[in-house]
Design a protein around this ligand. Structure first.
Ligand code: SF4
Length: 415
């Protein structure tokens, strides 16, 4: 997993990236435009003339959009938003009209950024996306995770209906499944024990650094019993590159003892048992359940939290509430793959500080388009890992990743 303790295990990055709104210069998605869409994009140009009066036209555009036929509504959204853009309204709005025509998309105009309540200004997606091939759900999905309680379901932002939100969310997941068909956990592991240890070690560091460190650890201590009986100072030396190595040493030795003494040396495959292990919270537990036991789980790491808020899937900020809210949008069988897709997108394209909107394949579905770089050439340079032609985080990635152009990460100390 790419980066720090934020992925299925990864990094702990700030949710920065909230640059001032940039004008949509073009549609990265290149979705087909309907005639109705083109007609509806026009109000953007009208509303844009003055920055001072931008807000009012935006409202007008919004209300007219509501009355418009469904396809037209969707297409009108970007223009509408562009119109509401404050300072750069005049010139930007004209530019925004073009993307609207090309993409007929949603959030293209995040311009409203300057506003204290951007959600209200962002046009909702009224039209369900055209049917596409469904993501094939893993068959193994079984129990272990309870469905989200009804009260955890949050209302969609703006006036996007719940149904429209569900459709848009699932379409984003399908699109991401096509972009990252090889998405996988980015920690190297060969069994549940290695995965739970690696996941604990990934706190506050990158998966790459963990992957470079664990080969020595597992070569020296291959089983829970071995690690439980280890000399802490020796383990500390091995774990030093991952940072916080004393605390991590205590955690991995502690959880190894618990696995050895309480679970017969086998990592338990139930959520309620996993979270009893020292240093194992719900996030780590779901990583293990989803990737070592084939049981559905949503991994709410820093990328996941950032992206689902950008997409307005939920406004929750508490990880447990996010998990429940997002779980209610998707069937359980999608949860694990969904987590990979979202985390991979966060690591490669939708970065915290500077999302590469101009190179984003789901820009047409994203209400936050424009938070990052919209110029395609500049955005291209922001891409990471295989999208940017760089090595990945796993020293031993799946073949599908290599076939898609991904490269294995180098071992510790290599360059
Ligand atoms: S990079 Fe992120 S913020 Fe930008 S369009 Fe894509 S998903 Fe939205």
């Amino acid at each position: 997993m790419g980066v720090r303790r934020d992925s299925a295990v990864g990094e702990q990055g700030s949710d920065g990236g909230r640059e001032s709104a940039k004008t949509a210069k073009r549609s990265p998605s290149g979705q087909p435009e309907t005639k109705a869409a083109a007609r509806k994009a026009a109000p953007a140009k009208k509303a844009a003339p003055s920055a001072k009066t931008a807000a009012a036209p935006a409202k007008k555009a919004a209300s007219s959009a509501k009355k418009a036929a469904a396809p037209a509504k969707r297409a009108a959204s970007p223009g509408k938003k562009a119109a509401s853009t404050g300072k750069k309204a005049a010139a930007p709005a004209r530019k925004a009209a073009a993307p609207a025509k090309k993409a007929g998309s949603v959030g293209r105009t995040t311009a409203a950024k300057k506003s204290a309540t951007p959600a209200k200004k962002v046009a909702p997606i009224k039209k369900a996306p055209s049917p596409r091939k469904q993501l094939v759900a893993p068959k193994k999905a079984t129990a272990a995770v309870k469905a989200a309680p009804a009260e955890a379901v949050v209302k969609p932002a703006g006036d996007e209906s719940r149904t429209a939100l569900v459709r848009r969310a699932r379409r984003i997941n399908r699109e991401l499944a096509e972009v990252y068909p090889y998405a996988h956990p980015e920690l190297d592991f060969e069994n549940p024990f290695q995965l739970v240890v690696a996941t604990v070690l990934s706190a506050q560091t990158t998966d790459l650094r963990v992957n470079q460190t664990t080969p020595a650890l597992f070569a020296r201590y291959p089983t829970p019993e071995d690690l439980a009986a280890a000399d802490p100072e020796e383990v500390e030396e091995i774990l030093r590159p991952t940072g916080f190595f004393r605390a991590k040493t205590k955690s991995v030795i502690g959880l190894s003892k618990a696995i050895a003494e309480d679970f017969g040396g086998e990592v338990p495959g139930r959520l309620e048992d996993l979270v009893k292990l020292p240093g194992v919270g719900r996030k780590t537990a779901f990583v293990v359940l989803g990737n070592a036991f084939g049981r559905p789980g949503i991994t709410v790491d820093t990328h996941f939290q950032r992206l689902v808020r950008r997409w307005r899937w939920t406004a929750e900020t508490d990880p447990d509430k996010i998990e429940a809210a997002i779980g209610a949008l998707f069937p359980k069988s999608d949860w694990t793959d969904l987590s990979h897709h979202v985390i991979w997108h966060g690591r490669r394209i939708c970065h915290a500080r500077k999302p590469a909107c101009g190179a984003c394949p789901i820009a047409a579905l994203c209400p936050a388009y424009g938070e990052g770089e919209t110029d395609p050439e500049k955005a291209e340079k922001l891409l990471k890992y295989e999208k940017g032609g760089l090595p990945g985080q796993r020293l031993n990635p799946p073949q599908a990743y290599l076939d898609a152009g991904g490269r294995p990460a180098p071992p510790l100390g290599a360059g």
